[in-house]
Design a protein around this ligand. Sequence first.
Ligand SMILES: NC(=O)c1ccc[n+]([C@@H]2O[C@H](COP(=O)([O-])OP(=O)(O)OC[C@H]3O[C@@H](n4cnc5c(N)ncnc54)[C@H](OP(=O)(O)O)[C@@H]3O)[C@@H](O)[C@H]2O)c1
Length: 323
Amino acid sequence: MRSSITDGEVLKVGFVGAGTVGTALAVRLFQRGCPVVAVSSRNFSSAQKLARLVADCRVCQTAQEVADAADLIFITTPDDVISEIASEVKWHKGQNVIHCSGAHSIDILEPARRLGANVGSFHPLQTFASVREARDNLPGSTFVVEAEEPLLSRLKELASLLNGNWVELNPGDKVLYHVAAVFVSNYLVTLVKLALDLWQGFGVPPKEAARALLPLLRGTVNNIDNVGLPDCLTGPIARGDLGTISKHLNALEAKNSSLLTTYKDLGFQTIPIALAKGRIDEHKAQELKTLFSLPGTLYEALASCCTTLKGRTTKFGGENFPG
Ligand SMILES: NC(=O)c1ccc[n+]([C@@H]2O[C@H](COP(=O)([O-])OP(=O)(O)OC[C@H]3O[C@@H](n4cnc5c(N)ncnc54)[C@H](OP(=O)(O)O)[C@@H]3O)[C@@H](O)[C@H]2O)c1
């Protein structure tokens, strides 16, 4: 692939902050032909670790040394440190300074802009749990880019160079964009943890529970991808099974009451999806809303009014999963 990042005017890339994102980006960019010339980090050993993964990369003591050696500098520190780095370095005119935060606009780099640098943000919409996973997950990811020209075009080229897509957002929308990422990635982890805890309650260790639940999780993600919303929604809310949901609420109240509010809140948010799928009507949706608003003691009464409940025994190793 021809690119002004690697061809023609060769931009020397530097990193301040050698954590998971910095290291993964440095390795991928290097593999795609970008010269990664300098790195610094809070701990020298982190910078050394990154430098060992790319050829001819100098390990620097300070961010200033990186800024003096590179044309395109990524600040890949925690979000709260970005403005500190932007303020303490003496940037020079024409330099490109980029952060990778999803929640911050480029305004956080104002001190660099005042000194004549081009400032931008390049947020990989991907989860970076470890360097290896991050490197493997990067291709196909979307990058949210923000900058003025000519840096904006360069950031788009960078996204393509990493085999990704790019999207431009209004700076004012970035915080809610980041909230969306938290829902899809971080809170998915939380939901899995809650499910593992429930399994532990009936004696199945987390590792075995994860082995059982992961195919369900993968199947759900596949359905979102292949079937799409709202048709990918299955389960008791999609079917309007009030009796089953009442049993869930009763069981949670009796044994895991701290999860009751979360279950109900997610239930409320799921009703419109079920409606859109068309398996329940407005009347059933209203009944579901009422059920999710009831105080605990009334679930039982409501359950007894509902159609006969089918008991379900779940034994570890069996095939009895919720449909
Ligand atoms: N993790 C993700 O999934 C993800 C996804 C998209 C975007 N991002 C963004 O990417 C950026 C980096 O996140 P990350 O997950 O890579 O964080 P991280 O793994 O915690 O790495 C941050 C690195 O910054 C270094 N650092 C901390 N304070 C510093 C300072 N004062 N000067 C120089 N270096 C300093 C730390 O260095 P030492 O190791 O030397 O102590 C650490 O290695 C953040 O803006 C984040 O919002 C993260």
